[in-house]
Write a protein that binds this ligand. Structure first.
Ligand SMILES: Nc1ncnc2c1ncn2[C@@H]1O[C@H](COP(=O)(O)OP(=O)(O)OP(=O)(O)O)[C@@H](O)[C@H]1O
Length: 310
């Protein structure tokens, strides 16, 4: 559905997007992640035909977005980061206006608008002025606008930005539902969202792709793939030293020491589980143990490790 080859964008001497190549298959929900200024919006604006690239190409549903812009854009529903809405229009009136701009007329426009409002849970507010809507409902109007011409592909730029947790949950559920019938490329900062919603993730930083894969694959392939928490009745320094000498242990962090109990976080290599050997060490030294569990890494840790600057 999306085929991007060597796509770059330079603003003067600054390269905002640097030689991106990736594909998105039909029917997938793909998370596009990166820290502020990574080049997400610039990429999405190029994919939607709003910004010409400095070099490279992007095909949407088989059409070149720059040379066959109209045909390509018919397949795309784009929701920009700050949805520009007309505050003094009513919801249905606004969607009618947007449908007309997109070339829909008469019965087809009416049917599509009704369906988009239904999908986005807007039917009961269709007569409300847009200025009276909450931010969550404004986002839904933006989504309904993106959907009204029935595109196969939705490109959503930070759709949950600025929403409260309830609104985030409702937009997330909506995106998941839309994912049953659409291909979706969604940029977001909320990593938990990606883990819950996306089949595939592309992490970019400084205009370049840092990692791609399913959320589970990214977590699995990370160097710091796991963390073990252990609590021992032992001298903190001696215990940290002994655990630190075990194979596959990358780092031992002493979290707390109180009442003679010491709590450690043990960072271990990807795909290894050192719990048994930690238990053996504890028994060798005669240290009572009251916690020993493995915490799986999160996508957030992967993201931080790939994009941190220190
Ligand atoms: N019109 C412009 N002129 C010059 N530089 C720009 C322009 N638009 C973006 N940039 C720069 O390009 C880089 C990428 O910006 P972009 O907005 O694509 O990042 P982003 O990943 O979407 O960030 P955010 O999460 O903050 O929205 C940034 O360094 C930004 O300052």
């Amino acid at each position: 559905m999306i085929d991007v080859r060597n796509l770059s964008k330079r603003y003067g001497r600054h390269t905002a997007v640097n030689d991106l190549t990736f594909e998105v298959g039909a029917g997938k929900i793909v998370g596009f992640l990166g820290p502020n200024g990574a080049g997400k919006t610039t990429t999405l604006r190029m994919l939607t035909g709003y910004l010409p690239p400095s070099s490279g190409s992007a095909n949407i549903a088989g059409y070149d977005i720059f040379r066959q812009s109209l045909k390509a854009r018919r397949n795309i529903g784009y929701m920009p980061e700050n949805v520009p809405l007309y505050d003094d229009m009513r919801v249905r009136e606004y969607l009618k206006y947007r449908a007309q701009i997109k070339g829909l007329k008469g019965k087809q426009a009416r049917t599509n608008i009704a369906e988009a409002m239904d999908l986005c849970g807007l039917t009961h507010v269709r007569r409300k002025m847009i200025k009276t809507l909450s931010k969550g409902y404004r986002q839904r109007v933006g989504l309904a606008d993106a959907l009204v011409h029935k595109p196969d592909l939705l490109i959503l730029d930070e759709p949950t930005n600025g929403l409260d947790p309830n609104q985030i949950r409702s937009i997330r559920n909506l995106i998941k539902r839309l994912g049953e019938t659409h291909t979706i490329l969604v940029s977001t900062h909320i990593l938990h969202e990606v883990e819950m919603t996306c089949d595939h993730v592309i992490i970019i930083d400084e205009g370049k792709i840092k990692a791609t894969g399913s959320p589970a694959e990214l977590v699995h392939n990370m160097r710091t793939a796991g963390k073990i928490t252990v609590e021992l009745l032992a001298d903190a320094e001696t215990a940290a030293g002994a655990i630190g000498r075990l194979e596959h242990v990358k780092k031992v962090i002493t979290e707390t020491t109180s009442d003679e109990w010491s709590k450690f976080s043990v960072l271990v290599d990807s795909g290894t589980d050192t719990r048994e050997r930690i238990a053996n060490i504890a028994s060798q030294y005669g240290w009572p143990m009251r916690t020993l569990h493995r915490q799986k890494s999160t996508l957030e840790e992967v993201f931080v490790e790939l994009t941190r600057k220190d």
